[in-house]
Ligand binder design. Structure first.
Ligand code: SF4
Length: 603
């Protein structure tokens, strides 16, 4: 170990009790003051690396081979007590879900001071003073008041700052950040990431940054390791791996991620899914071979080693120099004008929504969730709605689908007034695609019945043969083979389930589809499948779409126009290229800047 190495993981293997490996031969080194990103999709095993260091592996998993060295000490040989003493004091941890990491029944002050006592601060006074100092350092206002607050009184961004303060409280030599910004809005995410980078610079801390977000890793990390099916397939300087990768999987991930600027390209679609621990045991060659656009016979029989391809840059591929041959296909250009119909499917004029709330003295006050919205959506048009939590996106979709009543103004859906026309008139005209495909599909029903569920309220007007034909058509529309009709949801991948969800919404030939964050939480490669499906459906112009998303690049990839919402109002609207390319409102400018992310050199 050189004097600068803080963490060194050597040939680490983590196994299930059945003997199947979750992680294989992981070698990773982090020097003091560096941020090392571990990038991977669900099932790649990235969080297991953090858990192995923090000694929090889930039950049923164990380190079966290899060693973890921390600043010259071998953690894997240490007794439990000594190791526990190191954690929290010399090794900090920032978890993914700030809400579930803190006890809701104890004040922030109690929990932070308890942690400070654990790391050696003896008196209550010094603990409180140190807590206030830490809160100030991470930019939390009114730190003394914060000590008395409970977790539910703080926003997600504030809670994450509290956890960052705790993680850096003892000036640890290593901090493990496990997807620390996943649950946060984009502008808060930017601040949290800047804070982690600033704090590590101030204390020369090494950071292991675990993420599924390629763009975020590019912005924040000095070095990255890309994980696929439990192995590191590429490792090196972040800049190089993101912009000039030497492994086909890294390249495919890059090409599957939509951009907020530059020419639009079709997203790379990877066939199949990542092999699980059992399937991997049957694969003597490269685990990526079944999905790799460059695979040859040798790839299926011989596993490539992680070898040097440049200065401190390694790739596990037989032909890393061919990676650049995988190229993006330019997305078709052209304006929406020729594709769109003349009719409006949705028109909001001075639309508002107010709720009555009682304060603790029983007084009634009006809270305005939406104010004076004016916008329309034409036939076949795809319109995005962007904005942060609390901007009114969800309130607006509730009004459109009829879950809430309009308070002021007019909302017309296919020429009918939402407030006065009978609800039944809207039944087939507007459909909602749910965010979580897993919970939206009844696990006991076959896919064929699920996608045609909308027919069931119509008293048997459709014969079994007609229904079977419709199932085939709907599955073809969302690019699923007909045999999927006989499967149950649990037999499908995440991306296939979301496609079934879309097929189900299309069953009644709606004129307007509302998709609320339908790709958030999906892996990059699965997200690409759904976005390309929406792009293909957009060309057909058979329905209009309102796509609610916190991700501006997703909206740019799929939509013609966008609305930008802030505090219940539309602050800007227009064609996506204009709004994101040349934002006029300060809030839009902030959103675009946050989505483009900080660069590690600028922090
Ligand atoms: S070894 Fe073969 S299958 Fe694996 S990444 Fe390289 S080209 Fe693709």
């Amino acid at each position: 170990m050189t004097e600068h190495d803080i963490l060194r993981i050597k040939s680490l293997e983590i196994s299930l009790m059945t003997g199947h490996n979750i992680l294989n031969g992981i070698d990773l080194t982090i020097r003091a003051g560096r941020i090392h990103g571990v990038i991977g999709e669900s099932g790649a095993g990235k969080s297991m690396i953090g858990s192995a260091i923090a000694d929090t592996l889930p039950q049923g998993l164990e380190i079966s081979r290899g060693a973890i060295e921390f600043d010259g000490l071998t953690l894997t040989d240490m007794n439990a007590r000594t190791r526990r003493d190191l954690l929290g004091r010399d090794i900090g941890f920032i978890p993914q879900e700030p809400m579930s990491a803190l006890n809701p029944s104890l004040t922030i002050g109690h929990q932070v001071c308890h942690h400070l006592a654990r790391i050696g601060l003896r008196t209550a006074k010094t603990r409180q003073e140190r807590a206030v100092e830490l809160f100030t350092e991470v930019g939390l206002d009114r730190p003394w008041d914060l000590l008395q607050s409970y977790p539910h009184q703080l926003s997600g961004g504030m809670l994450q700052r509290v956890l960052i303060a705790m993680a850096f409280a003892s000036n640890p030599r290593l901090v493990i950040a496990d997807e620390p910004t996943t649950a946060l809005d984009v502008t808060i995410q930017k601040k949290v990431v800047e804070l982690i980078a600033r704090t590590r610079a101030a204390h020369n801390t090494a950071v292991l940054f675990i993420t599924h977000d390629l763009q975020l890793a590019a912005d924040v990390c000095d070095d990255v390791s890309v994980l696929y099916a439990g192995r590191i397939v590429e490792t090196g300087a972040a800049e190089r791996i993101i912009h000039a990768p030497m492994h086909p999987y890294s390249r495919c991930l890059n090409l599957a991620t939509p951009n907020l600027s530059g020419p639009k390209a079709q997203l790379m679609i990877l066939p199949g899914t990542m092999p699980g621990p059992v399937d991997r045991m049957q694969m003597p060659g490269c685990e990526f071979a079944l999905r790799c656009p460059l695979a040859e016979d040798q790839c299926h029989s011989t596993r490539p080693a992680l070898d040097g391809v440049g200065t401190e840059h390694k790739s596990a591929c037989h032909w890393p120099e061919r990676t650049g041959l995988i190229t993006a296909v330019e997305a078709p250009t052209g304006t929406a004008a020729g594709r769109l119909g003349e009719k409006l499917v949705l028109r909001a004029t001075g639309l508002g929504k107010a709720y009555r709330q009682h304060d603790w003295l029983g007084r009634v006050r009006e809270v305005h969730a939406l104010r004076g919205l004016d916008f329309d959506v034409r036939e076949g048009e795809f319109v995005g709605i962007v904005g942060e939590s609390g901007s009114g996106k969800s309130s607006l979709t509730k009004l459109i689908v009829g879950l809430e009543d309009v308070s002021t103004g007019v909302l017309e859906l296919v020429g009918l007034d939402r407030a006065t026309a009978p609800r039944a008139d809207f039944f087939d005209k507007v459909q909602l695609v749910f965010q979580d495909p897993q919970s939206a599909l009844n696990p006991r029903r076959k896919i064929g019945r699920l996608v045609t569920q909308a027919l069931e309220g119509r008293g048997g007007a459709y014969s079994a043969a007609t229904r079977a034909e419709l199932v085939k058509t709907l599955l073809a529309k969302v690019m699923l083979p007909p045999e999927v009709a006989d499967r149950f949801p649990d037999q499908l991948s995440g991306g296939q389930k979301q496609r079934v969800n879309i097929a189900r919404a299309l069953c009644s030939n709606p004129q307007l589809l509302i998709a609320d964050e339908i790709v958030s939480g999906l892996d990059v490669s699965v997200q690409a499948q759904i976005l390309e499906l929406l792009s293909a459906l957009r060309k057909e112009a058979a329905f209009s779409l309102l796509l609610v998303s916190h991700d501006l690049a997703v909206v740019r990839h799929v939509c013609d126009r966008t609305l930008v919402m802030c505090k219940g109002e539309i602050v800007e609207q227009g064609p996506v290229e204009e709004v994101f390319g040349n934002p006029q409102h300060p809030y839009t400018r902030d959103l675009v800047a946050a989505a483009q992310g900080p660069t590690v050199s600028s922090i």
